[in-house]
Design a protein around this ligand. Structure first.
Ligand code: PMP
Length: 337
């Protein structure tokens, strides 16, 4: 019989897939690593598992303990499913601007969601940072993983994502393109790939180049932290888990280009992925354009497009922000009587 012992065994070992249609005019091989096939639907399952294991080992999380994190997105789902399987409670603190749908997903996994007002300063006692800090001190056995500073987050990528890319490309990857949010993925994956290829001959590709992909406006690509619409990536501050020495280059990508590519990936490659995936592919194609045939560019696609149907895949939403330039409508929309 072939089966997994639990969903936890299905985290990681995600597939690489060659892009065949959005790569017109490109000689290099461009491969995407499809993270939405993780059981929680995103790359964040990897860090959730590792952060919880580490906390158990350090005695920070004891049987019956409660995990508390200010998160509404993919990290919450990862933590909720790992916590549930291991018998811990989860409380997520989310600002009220987070949509009902996202809260409902966390609740569906059995997590408790505490909603805080968005329109308050970060140091207000009502802010979601303050509320989560207070809950950690008030609830016995509470533990806050803190994905922005927890070293287990980049470590999970150093030990899984990076080695998987090296193994599945038979050590032939030459460039890896990664979007940065908390910085965990690029720091851990990039560090591993640079180390493992440090002594590779130039004729075999030399050391792997790590390319950061960043929403235009975010600090990683020299912005001020001004707002952008791509979710999950970019920052207005420098998190502890982002190691500036890892990326060889950071490419800024506009919202419009990120979303146009996200839609093309769904329509032309059969990959329904999120906006940060489209953003990373734009940066990868820019990188690959000048590379020879034997270059192998790997791009990490962090999550699925299912969570963005009302935005990126909705013509009205796209048009209202000026992201549709025409000719890209999703459907004809004719009613046949
Ligand atoms: N894309 C999406 C959709 C994400 O949720 C995240 C996590 N914030 C990232 C990319 C970036 O990953 P990291 O936090 O490891 O930099």
């Amino acid at each position: 019989m072939k089966y997994a012992q639990s969903v936890l065994d299905l985290i990681g070992n995600t597939p690489l897939i060659k892009l065949n249609h959005v790569t017109d005019g490109i000689q290099a091989t461009v491969l995407v690593k499809l993270e939405y096939v993780n059981p929680g639907g995103s790359i964040k399952d990897r860090i959730a598992a590792r952060m919880i294991e580490e906390a158990e080992r350090d005695g920070k999380l004891k049987p019956g303990g409660t995990i508390i994190e200010p998160t509404s997105g993919n990290t919450g789902v990862g933590l909720a499913l790992v916590a549930q399987q291991k018998g811990y409670k989860c409380i997520f603190v989310v600002p009220d601007k987070v949509g009902e749908d996202k809260r409902a997903v966390l609740q569906a996994y059995g997590a408790e969601v505490v909603v805080t007002p968005s329109a308050v300063a970060p140091d207000s006692p009502q802010s979601y940072y303050s509320v989560s800090d207070r809950l950690v001190t008030e609830i016995p056995g509470a533990y806050k993983p803190d994905q922005f500073s927890n070293p287990a987050a980049p470590l999970s990528h150093y030990e899984s994502t990076g080695p998987e890319i090296w193994r599945d490309t038979d050590g032939r990857v030459t460039h890896c393109v990664i979007g940065a949010g908390t910085g965990g993925t690029i720091t851990g994956t990039g560090r591993f790939l640079k180390e493992v290829s440090a002594n590779r001959a130039e004729s075999d590709g030399g050391r792997v180049r790590i390319i950061g992909a960043d929403p235009a406006g975010s600090v990683y690509s020299g912005g001020t932290g001004r707002p952008y619409f791509v979710e999950g990536v970019g920052e207005d501050m420098w998190p502890a888990n982002y190691d500036k020495s890892v990326p060889d280059q950071v490419i800024a990508v506009s919202d419009a280009d990120s979303f146009a590519m996200t839609r093309r990936l769904a329509r032309e490659e059969g990959l329904l992925v999120g906006g940060s995936s489209g953003m990373a592919v734009v940066a990868a194609l820019e990188t690959a354009r000048d590379l020879p045939e034997d270059a192998v560019v790997v791009v990490i696609l962090p999550d699925s497009g299912r969570g963005y149907l009302a935005k990126i895949f909705n013509d009205q939403w796209m048009r209202s922000y000026g992201f549709l330039s025409g000719g890209e409508e999703a459907s004809v929309g004719e009613v046949i009587k």
